[in-house]
Ligand binder design. Structure first.
Ligand SMILES: [Zn+2]
Length: 116
């Protein structure tokens, strides 16, 4: 029972390079652009689901806390350009993490990544 749960727990899954088979080192759930062997990891498979409604909905749901944060900080954002830059940076990292999560769950399939 626990084994099944472990297998289905998306964050426990590891990503592997399709070419060299090495484990992909994800930092803070972010998937790097390329493997140590030089293979591009940011190409997605055709009909990988990255353009589907399901993907867009998942991205939207994962980004929702950030939208809320921006909404709450909107007055401060107008006055503080540094905070604006920080939010921009956070959203870029957040988006990549969301992408990494979706790859792990299997909603998005990448051309050179195997999920185990
Ligand atoms: Zn590789």
């Amino acid at each position: 029972m626990i084994e099944i749960f472990k297998k289905d727990w998306c964050f426990m899954r590891e990503l592997y390079c399709k070419k060299c088979g090495k484990k992909i080192n994800t930092k803070l759930w972010m998937v790097p652009n390329s493997c140590v062997c030089g293979v591009n990891l940011d190409e997605w498979q055709k009909d990988s689901g990255r353009t589907t409604f399901r993907y867009l909905l998942c991205i939207f749901l994962l980004m929702l806390p950030l939208f809320l944060l921006i909404y709450l900080l909107r007055i401060l954002l107008k006055n503080l350009i540094i905070l604006y830059a920080l939010i921009l940076l956070i959203s870029m990292i957040w988006l990549r993490q969301a992408d990494g999560i979706l790859i792990r769950i299997g909603i998005v399939k990448m051309k050179n990544i195997i999920v185990k």
